[in-house]
Write a protein that binds this ligand. Structure first.
Ligand code: WTA
Length: 654
């Protein structure tokens, strides 16, 4: 966490109570905290019933008889897509814009709820005609275009399971996810627009499916980039052709509340990404509830924009399911913030009158660096709520965000949550909470969080500890796809013997005297690069898969712009080492990682070394490498097998 040491955080004295104007119109008040405190499960049952349409009501809210395998609203029946579409049309809101889509080259489309419903019905019929049914997995590899939303909802509508793979991931990453999920269908595009150019997508799918036998029967291809693509007859089909000939009617069937909705792969502490499984009723309840309460959504008047890509959990919960379940009008933007000019985001806010804006600290910091002149050139007065997610937001960025983007009045809600939690867990509520820059603040109503010491007992201020969720919550992950043991071990065993079945989040945290929570970053080998999760082990295994590499160690080093940056220490195989210069080897390895995982994983720096610091049991001491990478005094080296190693490494780097 750059420049956010616990000392400087605790000296943060600025406080921002909600204005009377804001509170008087706010959706949430103290009453929802009181309701949840009195009857936690009753609160969630009430949220489920008031925010969603149930084809069949549920009789039991939570079944926790077999922890950690939870069932929420188990005998209820629901259709997720119906909740996001048809019911808004039936309620007379069919003409409301669901999506103002802005393509990077400047083309745009506004799609109403009625139109979106018809698109999804057609797409659902196409999926059925391709033999996709309840429980089948569909991989989605698309740019930020309306078809990404349509594809996800069409899969949900027929009770199938989507696994969205971020468009920046490589063919290799795509392949391993398609295989792990045994996907029957891939939905992709020819290409999408990014930084003024078309980047191809279909080719990566072709690469992922080439050669080896795969479970994939068909590939549906959206036309967007208009770039030339290869075509496999019989397997590949154009999305627009299929949709044009599909029936526009499709009746949504009700599925069990625990019907799987999606698998989303995320990095863990080993080299193999985990397929996080989410189901329907509980997930939709919590995303709808948090989207409404945390962002103070007034669907009839607000224009909402979350800048996350649908390839990440934030895109699932706060671009697709939360906003659409709530009948919101939102902006969807295809490209990068600085194309064709550095004010593109602010121009979009001005164009659509965006009132609620949700983005990541890394973006805010990069705008701070460019300077306030750029946003000051646009009319941002429509903004009334700002959100932050993905990593701790340092107080300076928080205040800049509020002042420069939010006109000095818009509350900033810092929302802590994870792929696994499915929805926001810790955040202030803008009409209730006195906001404190740098702190994510308090659990949302109905959520129980504790900070525990290594021994499983609660840690009191001012000490830090490990963040746990102490009671099950509606949008919690239901498992790791195909790996119940890893699910148990990773999240639930940590405190089991000490203090019962509690969810171990992997983040360090600290509570202050007011009871506000300050996140201190990961306590495991998961890095956070620009708000994206990557594991050190994943990048290490990509590096050692290269023929010239003997050994590799990766650390996340503090970085002003991206929060953390990937820094690798690599030992080359001795014969290979002589064949090229160090610069050549470094360049080769950086692009190798990008090919193996995706450009987001490309190390910022690679150091070629002769030794790595290891304990006597052979474990690499990443802590010491992190000291080197961050230019600090090297910490305690007494547990090293060979204490001279660090000297050799630091000498080499001078
Ligand atoms: C970090 C993203 C501090 C944290 C929604 C967590 C945060 C990981 C915050 C999950 C925040 C997310 N303050 N840290 N407001 N939000 N994190 O799964 O380390 O991509 O464990 O989910 O991001 O990342 P993920």
């Amino acid at each position: 966490m750059p420049s956010n040491s616990i000392d400087s955080l605790l000296h943060e004295e600025r406080r921002f109570p909600p204005s009377e104007n804001f509170t008087s119109q706010a959706i949430a008040s103290q009453a929802i905290y009181d309701e949840a405190a009195t009857d936690r499960l009753g609160f969630w049952a009430n949220q489920a019933r008031t925010l969603l349409h149930w084809h069949k009501d549920f009789s039991e809210t939570l079944d926790w008889s077999n922890p950690p395998f939870a069932k929420w609203f188990a005998d209820g029946k629901i259709n997720v897509a119906y909740n996001c579409l048809d019911r808004h049309v039936q309620a007379g809101n069919g003409d409301r814009v669901a999506i103002h889509w802005e393509g990077e080259p400047g083309d745009s489309r506004s799609i109403t709820y009625a139109e979106l419903t018809v698109e999804v019905k057609r797409a659902a019929n196409v999926l059925l005609s391709l033999g996709i049914g309840q429980g089948d997995r569909v991989a989605i590899y698309l740019p930020m275009i309306p078809e990404a939303v349509v594809a996800m909802l069409a899969v949900a509508r027929i009770g199938a399971v989507h696994t969205v793979i971020f468009g920046g991931f490589s063919s290799e990453s795509l392949r391993s996810r398609i295989d792990d999920a045994s996907a029957k269908l891939v939905i992709t595009a020819d290409g999408g627009w990014r930084k003024g150019k078309v980047f191809p997508l279909k080719g990566a799918v072709d690469g992922a499916l080439a050669g080896k036998k795969s479970t994939v029967g068909n590939v549906l291809v959206v036309r967007r980039g208009e770039n030339v693509v290869d075509w496999v007859d019989g397997r590949d089909r154009w999305w627009h052709e299929e949709l044009a000939s599909a029936d526009a009617e499709h009746e949504a069937e009700a599925f069990e509340a625990e019907n799987p909705l999606f698998i989303l792969y995320t990095s863990g502490t080993t080299g193999k990404p985990k397929g996080i499984l989410h189901t329907s009723g509980g997930y939709l309840t919590q995303v709808a509830s948090t989207h409404k309460n945390v962002f103070d959504l007034h669907p009839e008047s607000d224009v909402y924009w979350c800048t996350a890509d649908v390839g990440w959990i934030t895109g699932h919960s706060y671009v697709v399911y939360g906003p659409l379940a709530n009948g919101a009008t939102q902006v969807l933007y295809e490209g990068t913030p600085d194309t064709p000019h550095p004010g593109r985001w602010w121009e979009i806010i001005q164009k659509y009158g965006v009132s609620i804006f949700y983005t990541a600290p890394t973006a805010i910091r990069s705008f701070m660096k460019i300077g306030r002149e750029v946003p000051n050139g646009f009319d941002l007065t429509s903004l009334r709520v700002l959100g932050s997610v993905g990593e701790p937001i340092n107080p300076e960025a928080w205040v800049w965000y509020r002042d420069i983007i939010g006109g000095g009045t818009a509350p900033v809600v810092d929302t802590w949550w994870q792929t696994e939690t499915g929805a926001i867990m810790i955040s202030g509520l803008p009409g209730v909470t006195t906001l404190k820059p740098g702190s994510a603040q308090v659990p949302i109503p109905g959520i129980k969080i504790d900070i525990l010491g290594e021994d499983g007992t609660r840690v009191d201020p001012p000490n830090g500890g490990l963040l746990v969720v102490s009671e099950p919550w509606p949008s919690m992950l239901r498992g790791i796809w195909g790996d119940p043991e890893r699910f148990q071990e990773t999240y639930w065993d940590r405190f089991k013997a000490l203090s019962g079945t509690k969810y171990f989040a992997g983040d360090g945290a600290h509570v202050d005297a007011d009871g506000d929570i300050w996140l201190l970053g990961r306590v495991d080998d998961v890095m956070n690069i620009s708000g994206h999760r990557l594991s050190t082990a994943e990048i290490e295994s990509a590096l050692v898969s290269h023929r010239i590499v003997a050994e590799a160690a990766v650390v996340g080093a503090a970085d002003e712009a991206t929060g953390q940056a990937v820094v690798a220490f690599v030992i080359l195989k001795s014969k290979q080492a002589k064949k090229q210069t160090t610069d050549e080897a470094v360049a080769m390895l950086r692009s190798h990682v990008a090919e193996q995982i995706g450009a987001i994983a490309r190390p910022k720096q690679i150091f070629i070394v002769n030794e790595l610091p290891k304990t006597r049991s052979g474990k690499i001491m990443r802590r010491l490498l992190q000291d080197v990478a961050e230019g600090r005094e090297i910490g305690d080296t007494t547990t090293l097998a060979d204490t001279s190693v660090m000297q050799i490494i630091t000498d080499k780097m001078k």
